[in-house]
Design a protein around this ligand. Structure first.
Ligand SMILES: [Fe+2]
Ligand SMILES: [Fe+2]
Length: 298
């Protein structure tokens, strides 16, 4: 536990995160940075950015409820302290993505109705499966569901959004980079802590594997909806990017896991995202002694 204690201590969190990569940021980005005019002046892209950001708020609210709920379910003091830092990270993620909704033009008194209108019902189900485990104070399932499944998904989605947005919307790119650094720490904790617990409580495996299968199913259904709804915005975004990059004399290709972000279809992008996340699940779960269960195709 020695390395574990220092790597996931509050002291380490303070030095690397608030006093490290978040220093001088405002809501996760450089002071004064604004949303790209490419998004603000294009109604299709602005609406799509609002819809996407709502899903991020929904996911982060779930992570906030899960990480705070798991503090009192944790069997050891070091995990409780790490989860306290994670709780603040997740609250901050909720705040910065909510702030992004305001920056995108959502009125403060409309926040609740915009979230209700746009929240993907499959993502809501995904969250419910996890929060049910947390409510039962099931620490093993809760950590797998939150730190490996929810955050493994979030991490990869953020990376894809970063690949798609960072060159032309640096403000959103900065928010995502900081969030990715946080999620990397959370996933690392999950892997480190849960391996030992699965060895200690092997009888918990079937239940955890069922949860993974169910959450993976809802995740794939979320992706299917999201890419279907984003079809026009993806084409519009690619056209706007091509124009802006050409104007800057930039001819480099933006590639992510083999997909060309400048001309891939919504279908191709969905396939590459699903494939990347599921491969990650397999790798991470096998490292902690859990057998990945293939979900049904939504
Ligand atoms: Fe988060
Ligand atoms: Fe997280």
């Amino acid at each position: 536990m020695g390395d574990f204690l220092s790597a996931y201590s509050i002291q380490n969190w303070l030095e690397s995160c608030p006093q490290g990569y978040l220093e001088d940021t405002v809501y996760g980005h450089e002071a004064g940075a604004t949303e790209s005019p490419m998004v603000m002046d294009n109604e299709v892209l602005r609406q799509d950015a609002i819809r996407t950001t709502v899903q991020l708020v929904v996911g982060e609210r779930c992570a906030l409820a899960a990480s705070s709920g798991l503090i009192n379910a944790a069997p050891d003091e070091a995990s409780k302290r790490f989860l306290a830092t994670q709780t603040l990270d997740e609250a901050r993620h909720v705040e910065i993505f909510t702030q992004r909704l305001y920056d995108l033009g959502v009125a403060k008194d409309q926040l609740g109705s915009v979230i209700n209108e746009y929240a993907n019902p499959n993502l809501v189900k995904f969250a419910e499966v996890l929060l049910e485990k947390v409510d039962k104070k099931d620490f093993v399932a809760g950590v797998v569901g939150q730190n490996l499944i929810l955050e493994g998904m979030a991490f990869t989605v953020f990376e894809m959004l970063h690949a798609f947005n960072s060159s032309l919307n640096p403000k959103f790119g900065q928010i995502l980079s900081g969030t990715i650094a946080d999620e990397r720490r959370h996933v690392g904790f999950g892997e480190n802590r849960i391996g030992a617990l699965i060895k200690q409580y092997p009888e918990r495996k079937p239940d955890v594997e069922r949860m993974q299968k169910e959450m993976s199913y809802h995740m794939l259904a979320t992706f299917a909806d999201a890419f279907q709804q984003a079809q026009n915005a993806i084409v519009a975004g690619q056209a706007a990017s091509a124009e802006a990059l050409a104007a800057q004399g930039d001819t480099s290709e933006r590639e992510w896991h083999g997909a060309n972000m400048d001309n891939a279809s919504a279908e191709e992008l969905e396939a590459v995202l699903a494939d990347t996340v599921l491969k990650e699940f397999k790798t991470r779960l096998s490292r902690v002694g859990i057998t990945y269960q293939t979900p049904a195709t939504p």
